[in-house]
Design a protein around this ligand. Structure first.
Ligand code: F58
Length: 754
């Protein structure tokens, strides 16, 4: 493929003379014509991975990599004076996800295609997705993130279904995006349902509020519309039913086209539901089988129960969905009545009230999925253990055979080859390129004592740091201190993830520098992430970080040594710049609360050293790299679970400690308040010293001590680089190809296409 020739044909000018946006157009055509020509992965049995989110990121580079033409294209462009990086900037990032669960779904569909498994992602085509985050007066503001009209990858499948609600019906339109596998001749698709009557004009340019009751026009406008009022909650139920009704109709139609007589549907279909949002696919399929195919209720239940599998992503009680039965009745009385029948069956056979589906007139979606699915899995070993032994113990006692662990993974195409090509190329030099398909990196350990290799790793890290600095400069005019240590916490803002603990450490460090203890290397701490619009406490934490960032920047004694940058509108593109540059990965959730985490895996793969609590997949990372190559601290999950159970955490005892009180009180000091919003800062302060539901102060002192040890150790450059090397070498386990192979071997049982 010669881009110069293509450019001459298309634009009448050589590659060197066309603009970056013409190059983008050209590359799109190249990728699309190649991907259009690929047939779908086929097989009798097909997987449908239904998810409310797919945080797929930009697709150009990813597709070039998977088509095996990335290096060639990059070289041709560079010879003609273009940089692929600049061209990529012209692509819009789809706004179809929120956090780890959505990004996991994106990694999974990439791996499914790579392994040749016949299966598609199924979700909704939100026109504005999640909001775009902007900072104003050091606070998060939310503006609509319009992306659909600029997207270049969506194709109209020209397929529609009717979805019947109680009071009206709507028609859908199915769009899809090709999902290419790494060096594969066949593809899968991400299939997204839109509403034919969607009306973007309900949304103004600068605010994400809109008429939540205009259901015929709004169902696919936003991902997770604000549900702090009843209209918002109802809208979510409508959205979920719209998603699963379309999915179920598509699934049955395609199975029948492949030869199913519907009684044998489970030989043709397996459905993985990503968290509980798609749970209503169970009653919806039962409805279709009984109403449309005349199959008895009992047989329909058996058929459906043998083909739906559920992944749990959280133990946080408030995140486990429970919808008032009356909402479901309002959306679809038929679905409500099927759920009631399913609940009655459980009541009549199992006496334990905690496992019922309808409790206090609320439908517990996870309970429904566990009783009427054939598989439930957690997403890291510790998480699954907590589900089995504590959170879902009554279910585990009933159905031990349904439970399993599938530790999460990440696709190395995006999180190494795409975002860190220098490191990927150097691994080729050292290991040959077979790691690209196998993810086996352990042979790198042989170079642990090789100074030349360690120095080269340092050089690669420096290049990534420079790239990130340019990105932050261009995007938000932030100037990273030269030669500073890059210490990063990027993830959704939530109190359990404890961004506030890093904030308190930073206050400690600020005091320490003020008192004359200057760090040997300057430190740049980078935060990134969004807070849900209805989650005030998380927004207060963002506010305090932005205030501290300004306070330090304005302080000439401290600013040469310490800097806090909060990335505006953190998304996949920002992650691709920050993760390769990071030297310290912050994974500091309250033990037991982070189901897995996946940024922990991305950071380690790119050579960052992890500072973490013993939570989620951090446990598995620590086991792999060994205690010399990771910094773990803090209360264990058993201790935490115990403290909750016996109400044993007394925050005041910690707050009153002379080492802690000044740090917390600084949040309401005149210096702090002069830069911020008093109400927000007082609320955050009060929250920390009188409630602290996620036990920040419990771990704070040991966290500070650990961080100081980390910064000391960083000064021994050789041994630090060795830690970094070991982390890269041991990251192979966390390839999502491994995870998907496990899902397939143990849950889905699909035959890979050739
Ligand atoms: C995340 N969940 C987990 N949920 O927090 C993380 O530990 C795990 O690694 C990841 O799933 C993948 O398994 C997550 O991202 C959400 O974003 C919820 C979506 C629905 C609204 C509440 C947040």
């Amino acid at each position: 493929m010669n881009l110069d020739t293509l450019s001459l044909q298309q634009f009448g000018q050589p590659l060197s003379d066309i603009t970056d946006s013409q190059v983008f157009e050209l590359l799109l055509q190249v990728v699309k014509s190649k991907s259009d020509a690929l047939p779908l992965n086929n097989g009798k049995k097909r997987l449908y991975y239904i998810s409310a989110e797919f945080l797929i990121g930009k697709l150009l580079s990813n597709n070039l990599i998977n088509l095996g033409i990335y290096n060639d294209v990059k070289e041709q462009l560079s010879k003609a004076g273009h940089s692929l990086e600049d061209v990529e900037e012209l692509e819009v990032e789809p706004s179809l996800g929120n956090g780890g669960l959505g990004r996991l779904a994106a990694c999974f569909i990439d791996s499914m295609s790579t392994l040749g498994l016949p299966g598609d992602g199924v979700g909704l085509m939100y026109h504005f997705g999640l909001f775009h985050q902007k900072f104003l007066n050091r606070q998060q503001t939310t503006v609509p993130d319009a992306w659909v009209s600029d997207d270049k990858w969506l194709e109209d499948e020209k397929t529609s279904f009717t979805v019947e609600f109680r009071d009206f019906s709507v028609t859908s339109e199915l769009y899809s995006i090709d999902v290419l596998g790494y060096c594969r001749e066949k593809k899968n698709r991400l299939r997204l349902f839109d509403l034919q009557t969607i009306d973007e004009s309900l949304v103004s340019d600068d605010a994400i509020d809109f008429d939540k009751t205009a259901l015929k026009k709004n169902l696919t406008l936003f991902l997770y519309p604000d549900d702090s009022d009843e209209d918002g909650q109802l809208l979510r139920v409508y959205q979920q039913y719209f998603m699963v009704s379309n999915a179920a109709q598509l699934i049955v139609k395609e199975a029948v086209e492949r030869g199913s007589n519907v009684h044998d549907l489970a030989d043709y279909v397996v459905i993985q539901i990503n968290d509980t949002h798609p749970t209503m696919v169970i009653p919806e399929l039962i409805r279709i089988l009984t109403e449309k195919y005349g199959i008895s209720f009992e047989e329909s239940v058996d058929i459906v129960s043998s083909l739906v599998a559920y992944t749990n992503h959280t133990i946080l009680a408030e995140a486990l969905e429970k919808w008032p039965l009356k909402f479901i009745e309002k959306v679809s009385p038929k679905i409500a009545s099927i759920i009631k029948k399913l609940d009655e069956h459980i009541r009549s056979t199992i006496s334990d009230p905690s496992v019922q589906i309808i409790i206090d007139n609320k439908v517990h979606m996870a309970n429904l999925a566990i009783h009427y699915g054939f598989s439930i899995n957690g997403v890291a070993a510790l998480h699954t253990k907590i589900l089995e032994e504590t959170e879902l113990k009554p279910f585990f006692d009933l159905y031990p055979e349904k439970f399993s662990n599938k530790t999460n993974g990440i696709t190395f195409r995006r999180w190494l080859m795409g975002c860190n090509p220098e490191l990927a190329e150097y691994l080729d030099v050292l290991l040959g390129d077979s790691w690209r398909a196998s993810a086996h990196l352990e042979e790198l350990l042989a170079y642990r004592d090789n100074d030349e290799v360690l120095n080269k790793l340092q050089e690669i890290k420096q290049a990534a740091k420079d790239r990130m600095s340019r990105f932050l400069q261009d995007n938000q005019n932030a100037k990273v201190i030269n030669d500073s240590i890059i210490d990063v916490q990027v993830k959704r803002f939530h109190e359990y993830k404890r961004q506030q603990m890093l904030l308190l450490y930073l206050i400690w460090k600020y005091f320490d520098i003020k008192s004359g203890h200057l760090p040997k290397h300057p430190i740049t701490v980078i935060f990134g992430g969004k807070a849900a619009p209805a989650y005030v406490a998380a927004q207060d934490i963002i506010h305090a970080i932005l205030v501290l960032s300004s306070l330090i920047a304005n302080d000439a004694d401290v600013s040469p040594y310490l800097q806090v940058i909060m990335i505006e509108n953190y998304n996949v593109t920002a992650a691709e710049h920050v993760i390769p540059a990071a030297e310290i990965s912050e994974q500091i959730s309250l033990a037991s609360k982070e189901a897995s985490g996946t940024s922990n895996m991305k950071f380690m793969l790119n050579g960052a050293v992890t500072v973490c609590t013993v939570d989620g997949a951090n446990v598995e990372i620590a086991d792999l790299v060994g205690e010399k190559n990771i910094y773990t601290f803090g209360a264990s999950s058993d201790e935490v679970v115990n403290l909750y159970e016996c109400k044993g955490y007394k925050v005041q005892e910690f707050y009153e400690k002379p080492e802690i009180k000044p740090l917390v009180d600084f949040l309401i000091s005149p210096e702090f308040i002069s830069l911020g919003n008093e109400e927000r800062l007082e609320r955050l302060h009060k929250n920390l010293c009188s409630e602290d539901w996620f036990m920040t102060l419990l771990d704070l002192e040991v966290y500070i001590a650990t961080k100081e040890r980390v910064f000391d150790d960083y000064e021994d450059r050789r041994s630090w680089l060795q830690k970094s090397l070991v982390n890269i070498a041991m990251a192979g386990t966390f390839s999502s190809d491994r995870t998907i192979a496990e899902y397939n071997d143990e849950i889905w049982h699909l035959t890979p296409d050739k």
